[in-house]
Design a protein around this ligand. Sequence first.
Ligand SMILES: Cc1cc2nc3c(=O)[nH]c(=O)nc-3n(C[C@H](O)[C@H](O)[C@H](O)COP(=O)(O)OP(=O)(O)OC[C@H]3O[C@@H](n4cnc5c(N)ncnc54)[C@H](O)[C@@H]3O)c2cc1C
Length: 75
Amino acid sequence: MYDYVIVGSGLFCVVFAHEMKKAGRKCLVLERRTHVGGNVYCEEKEGIRIHRYGAHIFHTSNKKVWNYVNQFVEF
Ligand SMILES: Cc1cc2nc3c(=O)[nH]c(=O)nc-3n(C[C@H](O)[C@H](O)[C@H](O)COP(=O)(O)OP(=O)(O)OC[C@H]3O[C@@H](n4cnc5c(N)ncnc54)[C@H](O)[C@@H]3O)c2cc1C
């Protein structure tokens, strides 16, 4: 039994699923691609991480947002 069925695993859905899990909710994430991450998915080639769907940049002047994303990956 799930609290949420989440269709897609792009940025929005994975953040939502992550936050709901922290709040004690059970989520089922359905994804039609063979990987999670949606359009920001990266694959590693010869030790280099490459955006499969095109280059992305990240910028923010909001400290709360900066701290949030840095819990997942080092920029
Ligand atoms: C080339 C490129 C460059 C970009 N550069 C930037 C950038 O520099 N900065 C920035 O902020 N944004 C950028 N964006 C936009 C950014 O990628 C998106 O805003 C963000 O990744 C969208 O996340 P999302 O979760 O809304 O959707 P998506 O990443 O599109 O994820 C949706 C997911 O849902 C899945 N899905 C959809 N329908 C179904 C279904 N019926 N059943 C199962 N799964 C389904 C899809 O397969 C996909 O994995 C860029 C986008 C592209 C394509």
